[in-house]
Design a protein around this ligand. Structure first.
Ligand SMILES: Nc1ncnc2c1ncn2[C@@H]1O[C@H](COP(=O)(O)OP(=O)(O)O)[C@@H](O)[C@H]1O
Ligand SMILES: O=P(O)(O)OC[C@H](O)CO
Length: 494
């Protein structure tokens, strides 16, 4: 292992859907030494719409860094580098001369672009959802950024104007933060990394460059797009006016890819599932791209510097923990999700044959049905809120099982265990149900910060800090506990 100065520290900006966090790691350690989190408001101006204020994201980043710097006192000077990880697909357009956003950020799970999707579908033979999959790895769906950009180009006059004046820039949340941190209108770096670019629907997954046919199909001008970089290299330095001025920024990873790295699923055939608002299962397929024929997405897992890109198959589920929030906020079934979900669901032995499909905004993998909507069925006069809460937990597990089945069919080599992380995994009943429903051991990471850890590892790698031994044979970096399947009759995957 390369010698690292004992005081060196690495900072990570984790800009998620619900919160922005800044935390700091000591190389080689898996637990952060300081962190601060700020909630982000999501606006719903119309049903199915989901927007955030890009400036609020930025001021949350600033607040979080300032708070952590204060916590660390003099030690903050040891933060030598920063990484950025982020909610993916969320789309921001801004004016490069003023630095002002041209519209709110359109969040990944926003479904206003249904009609845009139909326009694109109408252009392809047989309305084939998978028509561009061999180019970008993705099915046609409102989930991906290109549909959001196209919607903005059509419906936001200020965007049209800025595009005409050639002052418009596009970025996912990583790019917005990087551009602003490195100087904004005064020379900010307009870059993204391959993992985020692979979620836009505009990148050629083979060449890792913006694809002319896709740009032409969406009529998106190339001059609004950021330059695509690797996930681990030095992109620039924090500009004057921001805390941690002059510190290098040296990793960018979409948050689901970051947790794949943090879980050290760095070899072909290793997979992880992250349970948060949504649920995202990524299976490392090495340097080869597996084209799914069973509804999964081909995505870039990571690219460290000049090393070849590593790919993953991804199964994305739009609603997982978000169903618990719905049961709390819309149904009033509980007051505190963390404290009550598990105990309420434990009060009944099963769901009493109640099933819950939380397709609030359509269904993602493996179905890709933008027209699907939620359903609760099997209700009887005996059904209680406990049955429905338990059914909501089972729904997360069934959706994961659907994805595991699709992965096994696509890859031919069945997974033998599932590594999991994310806030929802504190729910041990959910973990046991997942082991039973998928018929395989579920290995739960004993850390909530796998995403940030993966980003710190990538930032460290760019700086020559090999303290986490990214390529070592030993996989288990973070302590874990395992849930074994207790029932097998329905638990075996097809
Ligand atoms: N004990 C629990 N049981 C079930 N769901 C939980 C529990 N604790 C948190 N959740 C759910 O997990 C999700 C946590 O999401 P969070 O990590 O805040 O990320 P994000 O909303 O950015 O995806 C929330 O949707 C919440 O409803
Ligand atoms: O911020 P999260 O954890 O909800 O992750 C969102 C995903 O990146 C969307 O693809």
């Amino acid at each position: 292992m390369e010698k690292v100065h004992k005081d060196t520290l690495i900072g990570v900006i984790d800009a998620g859907t619900r919160t922005v966090k800044f935390c700091v790691f000591r190389p080689g350690h898996t637990k952060e030494i300081a962190e601060h989190t700020v909630d982000i408001v999501t606006h719903t101006p119309q049903e199915g719409w989901s927007e955030q204020d890009p400036k609020e994201i930025l001021s949350a980043v600033r607040k979080c860094i300032e708070n952590v710097v204060q916590q660390l006192g003099l030690e903050a000077i040891n933060i030598i580098t920063l990484g950025i990880t982020n909610q993916r697909e969320t789309t921001i357009l801004w004016d490069k001369t003023t630095g002002e956003p041209l519209y709110n950020a359109i969040v990944w799970n926003d479904i206003r672009t249904d009609s845009t999707v139909d326009i694109i579908l109408a252009k392809v033979p047989d309305n084939n959802t998978n028509y561009f999959k061999n180019i970008c790895g993705l099915p046609i769906s409102p989930y991906f950024s290109a549909f959001k950009i196209k919607w903005l180009m059509h419906f936001a006059p200020q965007v049209k104007k800025a595009i005409k004046a050639e002052t418009c820039l596009f970025g996912t949340v990583d790019t917005w933060i990087l551009w602003n941190l490195t100087g904004g209108a005064k020379g900010g770096k307009h870059y993204t990394d391959v993992t985020n670019a692979s979620r836009t629907f505009l990148m050629n997954i083979e060449l890792l460059t913006w694809d002319p046919l896709l740009l032409h199909t969406f009529k998106i001008p190339a001059n609004i797009l950021p330059e695509i970089k690797s996930s681990s290299e030095i992109y620039g330095r924090v500009a004057r006016g921001f805390p941690l001025e002059n510190v290098r920024i040296s990793s960018i990873l979409g948050n689901q890819q970051a947790s794949l790295v943090g879980q050290r699923c760095l070899k072909e055939g290793q997979a992880k599932n992250t349970y948060r608002s949504g649920c995202f299962l990524l299976y490392n397929t090495g340097i080869s791209k597996v084209q799914s024929t069973h509804g999964l997405v081909t995505t870039v897992a990571y690219k460290f510097g000049s090393k070849p890109a590593v790919y993953a198959l991804e199964g994305s589920v739009a609603v997982a923990g978000a169903a618990m929030k719905w049961l709390r906020d819309n149904m009033g079934f509980m007051g505190d999700i963390q404290k009550e979900t598990e105990s309420l669901a434990q009060e009944v032995f099963n769901t009493g044959d109640v099933y819950f499909v939380p397709a609030f905004k359509g269904l993602y993998a493996p179905y890709w049905r933008k027209d699907a909507r939620g359903i609760i069925c099997g209700l009887t006069a005996f059904s209680t809120k406990q049955h429905i809460i338990r059914a909501a937990l089972e729904a997360v597990c069934f959706q994961t099982r659907d994805i595991l089945e699709a992965m096994n069919k696509d890859c031919g080599i069945p997974l033998t265990k599932l590594h999991v992380d994310g806030k929802m995994t504190v729910n041990s009943l959910l973990m046991q149900l997942q082991a039973d429903i998928s018929g395989m051991p579920v290995v739960r990471a004993q850390s909530q910060d796998i995403t940030a850890l993966g980003t710190a590892m990538a930032a460290g790698a760019a700086e020559g800090i090999k303290a986490w031994e990214i390529y070592s044979e030993e996989r288990e970096l973070v302590p874990s506990d395992t849930f074994l399947p207790t029932s097998t009759e329905s638990g075996h995957l097809a």
